[in-house]
Design a protein around this ligand. Structure first.
Ligand SMILES: [Zn+2]
Length: 254
């Protein structure tokens, strides 16, 4: 099916299809350093590319909105070029987008999130929308957490996956290859930094990182040189299935 993409329409076209729209997807990203491997808009471009693929699975039932290119990137501010919003700005921004869409009769919103740093604020947003505005709102990640079951030991990938590593870069090769640099570098991960698995000290909670000091001197985790488009396509497919399942549930059961 052809995805219904807001920024490609004129208003009479949107008006005509409006009765068929079950919900709007709003991709949310970041303007954030991704080490020497991928560009500042990586999370935004991944979220938008992913949202368009979701849109293809639902046609006129799902309106794919333009992506939000800034997010919560306070922890990456030590790297020049990163732009963060304050949490209250971000929460207000996303709330305004959802309220505006609701004025046109679209009362269900799904934020598809390309950047882990946004998660806490997204949780606040969906509660504000639901309980202060009566708008059904949801959010989901699109990356590693959804597809990690597809990563096998034979792939030889790093323990510290995630930001600007092979897992994210492989998915970007599928969703937005223009953000990926041909020459990539291994992450200069800070000694003792563990973000995943049983040994991760903040596994069950949170930590306000200073990414450069606490996590990685060059801004990347893992080893993005190991990324390839075949693994990216396979893993991305796993993530798509999960988000499709969630959206079908919202449309049919809620
Ligand atoms: Zn990222």
């Amino acid at each position: 099916m052809k995805a219904l993409i807001l920024e490609e329409l004129i208003w009479p076209e949107l008006k005509q299809v409006l009765p068929e729209i079950e919900l709007a997807v709003v991709p949310v990203g970041a303007c954030e350093q991704h080490g020497p491997n991928t560009t500042f808009n990586t999370d935004t471009a991944r979220a938008y590319g992913f949202s368009k693929m979701i849109g293809e699975r639902f046609g006129s039932q799902v309106l794919v909105c333009p992506p939000v290119p800034y997010g919560i990137s306070v922890h990456h501010m030590a790297f020049p070029g990163t732009v963060t919003l304050r949490c209250e700005t971000y929460i207000n921004l996303l709330t305004d987008i959802a309220v505006a869409l609701s004025k046109h009769g679209i009362r269900r919103i799904v934020f598809l999130n390309g950047h882990g740093g946004n998660s806490g604020s997204l949780s606040a947003v969906i509660n504000i929308l639901k309980y202060e505005h009566g708008i059904d709102a949801y959010y989901s990640g699109i990356g590693l957490n959804l597809f990690e079951e597809g990563i096998t030991p034979e792939m030889g990938w790093s323990e510290n996956l995630g930001h600007a590593s092979e897992s994210e870069t492989a998915q970007a090769m599928v969703l937005c290859p223009e953000v990926v640099r041909a020459e990539r570098k291994k992450g200069e991960v800070v000694e003792g930094f563990i973000i995943r698995g049983k040994e991760a000290p903040f596994r069950y909670g949170g930590c306000a990182w200073n990414w450069k000091e606490d996590a990685s001197a060059n801004g990347a985790l893992g080893d993005a040189r190991l990324a390839n488009v075949d693994d990216g396509a396979r893993l991305n497919q796993i993530a798509l299935e999960k988000v499709e399942h969630m959206i079908r549930h919202i449309i049919e059961k809620r």
